[in-house]
Design a protein around this ligand. Structure first.
Ligand code: NZQ
Ligand code: ZN
Length: 410
């Protein structure tokens, strides 16, 4: 097992009716900004529960955070925080609203120039933040109990290195100007939510596509921390496997029976546990599927989980030698596949993974989204710009490997 430090300060309030308790978690004299998305939380009654729980408090509301939260919108919230002297934030929504709130929390106290630097520096330099809590309405990202956020910036003029020449992506680079979207992540221990309310009932109104997205995102979070190479971290492996197995059972049941409380409760806790640091402590981590996926979202607008369902299986194929031992363990313990021919066992496990994504309506082919090889140089240029040139648990995923993965996913 690798050395690790582990601390997670987020208090979880799990279950039916827990929203009523949020008043006890927020200082009584706080000037609160409630942050939400496009209105689902108003339509499904979550906001009413929040307003009731905070009756008599000093509250301002800010709605309109988009899926893949946009920098410009978040900066409007930062202005309100300053004008209204807000000193507590409450995110009510899915991962985008919580991530957006993390950014608002840090950007409102940022004193080092342009707050976009928070993203360029991946969160280094964050000193002060506005404390916040969250009410989660979409089990998927784990943002409710972690210190990561992913922020987009749409349609800005940027300089991109362009890959050209016949040597593939390692060929000559030149700069070109382009109007593009960016999607970047930052992490800081300062942006753990102070508390997270997880009431499965408020997720019953999710459209099926978002339930599928949540299942796939959670599954891939586990795989990024599990499908690497063995370090004799037996407990972490079994934690990871138990989440995968529960997602296969309760995730699928929850997709099929959206108002079944128990399966939704299990899915919700799986999503949180998949990315709250516990299963990743003391093990190597990959995250190349996410890195490639973020570029696909930024360039082509695919949902986050749609990108993962494409990139993960192709990654398993292209990097099967590098990941051989864990692939065999995954095949055995998750799918019950064993045999003398390792290649066949691995291929069957990959096929099962693709079929699992398919069973919740997620395809694993780029072509289904009309993304062909003509776009690969553009994707490579974005990866290069973001320093993603030697990623994965071994640093072995070069731009050339990314190209192979994308070709495999065609
Ligand atoms: O905007 P509203 O009206 O609220 O509607 C949302 C949105 O359209 C809707 N929704 C949420 N709860 C609902 C609901 N609709 C009906 N009933 C409910 N109870 O669902 C749509 C998608 O919401 P969003 O928050 O965008 O989804 P998700 O939670 O999957 O978050 C995705 C974002 O999180 C980032 C992704 O990149 C993406 O930007 N990630 C964040 C991570 C983290 N912080 O650790 C890790 C992840 O890997 C991921 O990258
Ligand atoms: Zn994810």
């Amino acid at each position: 097992m690798l050395n690790f430090e582990y601390q997670n300060p987020t208090k979880v309030l799990f279950g039916k009716g827990q929203i009523a308790k949020i008043s006890h978690e927020i200082p009584s004299d706080a000037r609160i900004l409630i942050v939400y998305g496009g209105g689902s939380v108003i339509a499904n009654g979550t906001m009413d529960m929040v307003r009731k729980a905070l009756a008599g408090r000093k509250i301002t509301e800010f709605g309109g955070i988009e899926p893949n939260p946009d920098y410009a919108t978040l900066m409007q919230a930062v202005a309100i925080v300053k004008e209204e002297r807000i000193n507590y934030l409450l995110a009510v929504g899915g991962g985008s609203v919580i991530d957006g709130t993390k950014f608002i929390s840090a950007a409102s106290c940022w004193e080092l120039g342009d707050p976009w630097e928070i993203l360029n520096n991946q969160g280094k330099g964050i000193r002060n933040v506005i404390p916040f809590g969250c009410v989660l309405t979409l089990p998927a990202t784990g943002s409710e109990m972690n210190h990561h956020a992913v922020i987009s910036r749409k349609n800005r003029q940027i300089s991109l290195p362009s890959a050209s020449g016949s040597q593939g992506y390692s060929g000559a680079m030149s700069m070109q100007s382009s109007i593009e979207s960016e999607k970047l992540a930052f992490s800081s221990h300062k942006v753990f939510p102070q508390f997270a309310v997880l009431d499965p009932v408020v997720t019953f109104t999710l459209p099926k596509v978002q339930i599928a997205n949540g299942i796939a995102d959670s599954f891939c979070h586990v795989m990024e921390q599990y499908l690497t190479y063995p370090v004799n971290a037996h407990l972490q492996d079994r934690f990871a496997e138990s989440i995968l197995l529960t997602l296969l059972e309760d995730g699928i049941k929850s997709y099929q029976q959206p108002e079944d409380y128990d399966s939704r409760a299990n899915l919700m806790w799986c999503a949180t546990m998949a990315l709250n640091g516990l299963i990743g402590a003391g093990v190597p981590q990959d995250w190349s599927t996410h890195a490639i996926g973020h570029e696909l979202t930024a360039l082509f607008g695919l949902d986050h989980a749609q990108t993962l369902a494409i990139v993960l299986p192709a990654t398993m194929i292209v990097r099967k030698q590098e990941k051989k031992e864990k692939l065999l363990q995954y095949a055995d313990r998750i799918w019950g596949i064993r045999g003398d021919n390792a290649d066949e066992v691995i291929q069957q496990a990959i096929d099962k993974t693709i079929a699992f994504f398919g069973s919740i309506g997620l395809g694993s082919k780029l072509s289904a989204y009309n993304i062909g090889p003509e776009h690969f140089p553009e994707i490579a240029a974005k990866l290069l710009k973001h320093g993603m040139t030697g990623i994965g648990e071994n640093g072995s995923v070069t731009l050339k490997t990314c190209e192979e993965i994308l070709h495999t996913a065609l």
